[in-house]
Design a protein around this ligand. Structure first.
Ligand SMILES: [Zn+2]
Ligand SMILES: [Zn+2]
Length: 307
């Protein structure tokens, strides 16, 4: 009955084909009735869709699921937040391994050697973009079986790009893209460690969810670029930031068009300059990578305009 089962008990509830069928049946019924997630199929709607011996068996299984994965609603059954997560995961078959795909050419330049020879592959079930010249990684992200199934090669890069941009927008707002818990970010100096050799950036952001421990990290310039002022600035200069993969920003760092610098210790302040054509956007960020001030600099000619 309880809704506060520990994780092992909650998962044990799911280790039963009839119960998974019940969750699928509720989703299917909702989908067919109105496409609305709040539709609540009745006991008899569910009984018609699930292969179960008799009503008392269904009643038992529904009782077990209710409180954790289902809730009573409007004379029927609807999902809880956990049921919603689980049923989408089950329907998309995301417990499987993503289908293999060959090397896909990806736009952008290597952060380390600058070569425009990036290629995406599946590595250890992750989507990985590597440099075809020096073999160093440019970007790595999770990819789901459903994502690979739903997209042809070039489209897959686009799909990962879209998901990554959405996640980074949430990161900027301090919201964990996985659990919606609080994501805390701090600016850190990028190490002198050998794996960072040749990296044209001094600072990076490190974000960590206080609830589910998800971690995300990028160069400081790449985190700053998601600020609305920067999205607008780039849009005006023909670049759609939200339609660009974070690995496609590497070239701006390499070309020296994007720079980062620590400008004050008290309070801790960083400055990021994003240059485009003859204009530039300057952002000031605090120690948690929050933008505190922005400045547009129209003409970067000698001496003037640097404020
Ligand atoms: Zn390279
Ligand atoms: Zn989280």
């Amino acid at each position: 009955m309880g809704s506060d089962r520990p994780a092992d008990e909650a998962f044990r509830l799911l280790s039963d084909e009839i119960r998974l069928d019940i969750l699928r049946a509720v989703a299917l019924a909702q989908h067919e009735v109105s496409g609305a997630a709040v539709a609540a199929p009745s006991f008899s709607d569910i009984y018609e869709r699930v292969d179960v011996d008799n009503t008392s068996k269904l009643s038992y299984h529904l009782g077990e699921l209710t409180g954790t994965f289902l809730r009573k609603h409007d004379g029927g059954y609807a999902f809880t937040h956990a049921g919603e997560r689980v049923v989408r995961f089950v329907l998309a078959e995301n417990h499987r391994r993503p289908a293999e795909f060959g090397r896909i050419d990806a736009a952008g330049n290597c952060l380390f050697c600058g070569a425009a020879r990036l290629q995406a592959t599946l590595e250890g079930q992750f989507f990985m973009i590597r440099c075809g010249a020096c073999d160093r990684p440019a970007f790595s992200y999770r990819v789901t079986p459903a994502q690979v199934r739903a997209h042809e090669e070039g489209d897959l890069v686009e799909a990962v790009r879209g998901e990554q941009a959405g996640d980074f927008l949430k990161m900027r707002q301090g919201v964990c893209p996985d659990c919606a818990g609080r994501l805390e970010t701090e600016v850190r100096a990028i190490d002198e460690a050998p794996e960072y050799e040749g990296l044209p950036a001094s600072f990076g952001t490190f974000s960590e969810c206080q609830e589910c421990l998800r971690c995300l990290g990028v160069p400081l310039t790449h985190a700053a670029v998601y600020h609305p002022e920067s999205v607008a600035f780039h849009w005006e200069h023909g670049v759609d930031i939200l339609g660009t993969g974070v690995w496609e920003f590497h070239r701006y760092l390499r070309e020296g068009r994007w720079t980062d610098e620590r400008v004050d210790d008290d309070p801790e302040t960083y400055r990021v300059d994003l240059r485009r054509d003859d204009a530039s956007l300057r952002l000031f960020l605090d120690g948690s990578a929050a933008v505190t001030r922005t400045e547009r600099i129209q003409r970067r000619d000698h001496g003037g305009g640097d404020g």
